[in-house]
Design a binder for this molecule. Structure first.
Ligand code: PGA
Length: 275
């Protein structure tokens, strides 16, 4: 065999093995985004009723004042649940009225932080540079960013989905070299609208997102979990769970009720229900 051909084949095999290893590192997540909902009493009732599972990563992102009480509730009920903030600031501390630092999130037991949710991009005018600062700060503090990206209905209709996603990902991940993050693809038109993206469309878009991640982060892109978000419920969750590039879901409305959140968790969990 020509040495160059031999090398070529060796490289192909090495790449295939590397890809498989990275793919096997990929975790499945079911994440609740409670947005601006629930009191402490309501949260306590939710966790009393939630079965939860050990065989899938469950994360709940409540409003900031509920983080610490929920940390205590989770400990009390021994629930296998991770905690995340819905936002975080890019500075360490200082005169930023209304903002929350990474240290504060960690102090109350958070391991995750949602960053760049479309509602923050829309109502609080967060741009790609601000989101990049937040992702960097979260990573530095040891929090796992749940970076949200997605196109609006207008952008979708103008066939700009790939362009928008590419801009958001390159912007948010500028000067970042890690796979310690989660991406959530949340088409803005699907959020809270009942108009979820079909599993085929979501899979196709996730594959595109992974190709962009590969351009930004190289081979590590294979090990990054990409979640779908936008009107996920107990009925459509199974369709997403069957797709190779959909590694879980970020759930808003259907995560507010323990029974409907449990239905989604059961779909993504690997073993038998622990009821
Ligand atoms: P939804 O929200 O499930 O209510 O559509 C999802 C999200 O905004 O994270």
């Amino acid at each position: 065999m020509e040495p160059s051909i031999e090398n070529y084949i060796k490289n192909l095999v090495r790449d295939a093995i590397l890809n498989l290893q990275f793919q096997n590192d990929r975790q499945t997540y079911v994440i609740a985004n409670w947005k601006m909902n629930k009191t402490i009493a309501e949260a306590s009732e939710f966790f009393q009723n939630l079965n939860g599972r050990q065989d899938v990563n469950i994360v709940v992102c409540p409003p900031a004042p509920l983080l610490y009480p929920i940390q205590l509730i989770i400990e009390q009920f021994k629930k296998p649940i991770g905690l995340g903030g819905q936002n975080v600031h890019w500075e360490e501390k200082g005169a930023y009225t209304g903002e929350i630092s990474t240290e504060m999130l960690k102090d109350v037991g958070c391991e995750y932080a949602i960053i760049g949710h479309s509602e923050r991009r829309q109502y609080f005018l967060e741009d790609d540079a601000a989101i990049n600062g937040k992702v960097k700060k979260a990573l530095k503090a040891g929090l796992i960013p749940i970076l949200c990206v997605g196109e609006t209905l207008e952008e979708k209709n103008l066939l700009q989905t790939e362009q928008v996603l590419s801009r958001q990902l390159f912007g948010a991940l500028k000067d970042i070299e890690t796979s310690q993050l989660i991406i959530a693809y949340e088409p803005v038109w699907a959020i809270g609208s009942g108009q979820s993206a079909t599993a085929d469309l979501a899979e196709q878009t996730h594959a595109y997102i992974r190709s962009v991640l590969e351009r930004v982060l190289g081979k590590r892109a294979e090990s990054i979990s990409i979640l779908y978000g936008g009107s996920v419920n107990g009925e459509n969750a199974a369709d997403y769970s069957r797709m190779p590039n959909i590694d879980g879901v970020l759930v808003g409305g259907a995560s507010l009720n323990a029974a409907s959140f449990d239905e989604i968790i059961d779909v993504f969990a690997k073993g038998e229900p622990n009821k």
